[in-house]
Ligand binder design. Structure first.
Ligand SMILES: CC(C)(COP(=O)(O)OP(=O)(O)OC[C@H]1O[C@@H](n2cnc3c(N)ncnc32)[C@H](O)[C@@H]1OP(=O)(O)O)[C@@H](O)C(=O)NCCC(=O)NCCS
Length: 203
């Protein structure tokens, strides 16, 4: 993730099968999956919901803080307009900490495949289950939409993200040499095939 996918370019696509009623054309609040809800018990004011245009400034700020090659606000805006794109935010509304967007994820579903294009969590909120909640939501949504494989790229040195994905059953299926710039680095290609994570299966 990072510069890799340019949202202004159409993803390699045929027809988008992503169901509007799951994506939330009316942009309603999306309940957390059971797994995510359990993980976030200690932060009752935190929820994962579809991203809105009014979230773009916060998302862009988080993106800039997280990546050396950030997407622009217009890239996020155009992604929101695409029916195949699934864009969510984790939002805190509660006491004790400032309300607002603390994480986001961008994915898309085409046919029976999905791709996670972007995920980031605010540094002050990391290691509190927000990334897992965003990931669990997109995996549950993909499953419900009939997706049987989800791919992503991750920097070879990004141990935190790799641990997050490994915990959800993603496996390395390839490598793209010097995929990233600033600094140049290889990408691991990871694939998820709908396997249940230990948390999902109640283990
Ligand atoms: C990767 C990222 C999204 C993880 O978000 P997060 O909210 O901190 O993740 P969670 O708290 O939900 O962690 C879930 C699991 O991921 C793994 N993990 C997350 N951060 C980790 C770290 N720094 N070191 C090791 N494992 C880590 C752990 O297995 C963790 O489970 P645990 O807390 O029970 O041990 C976050 O670190 C981030 O925004 N990084 C910068 C942007 C980025 O690299 N995005 C990914 C691009 S591919």
């Amino acid at each position: 993730m990072g510069e890799r996918y340019t949202p202004s370019d159409p993803p390699r696509t045929a027809s988008a099968i992503y169901p509007r009623e799951v994506c939330g054309a009316e942009k309603g609040v999306m309940p957390l999956s059971g797994v995510a809800s359990r993980r976030l018990e200690g932060a009752s004011g935190l929820r994962v919901r579809p991203a809105l245009r009014s979230d773009i400034a916060a998302i862009e700020a988080l993106e800039r803080a997280s990546f050396s090659d950030p997407w622009s606000a217009s890239s996020f805006r155009s992604s929101l307009d695409r029916p195949e794109v699934h864009m969510t935010v984790a939002e805190w509304r509660g006491e004790g900490q400032e309300s607002g967007v603390v994480g986001y994820m961008v994915a898309w579903f085409i046919g029976h495949e999905g791709e996670i294009a972007n995920i980031a969590v605010s540094s002050g909120w990391q290691r509190r289950g927000v990334g897992a909640a965003l990931l669990d939501e997109v995996l549950a949504t993909g499953r419900a939409a009939g997706v049987d494989a989800i791919y992503l790229e991750v920097r070879a040195s990004n141990a935190a993200a790799q641990a997050l994905y490994a915990g959800r059953g993603f496996l390395a299926v390839g490598m793209r040499q010097r995929y990233y710039s600033d600094p140049p680095e290889d990408a691991l290609v990871l694939k998820w095939e709908g396997d249940l994570s230990p948390a999902d299966s109640g283990a």
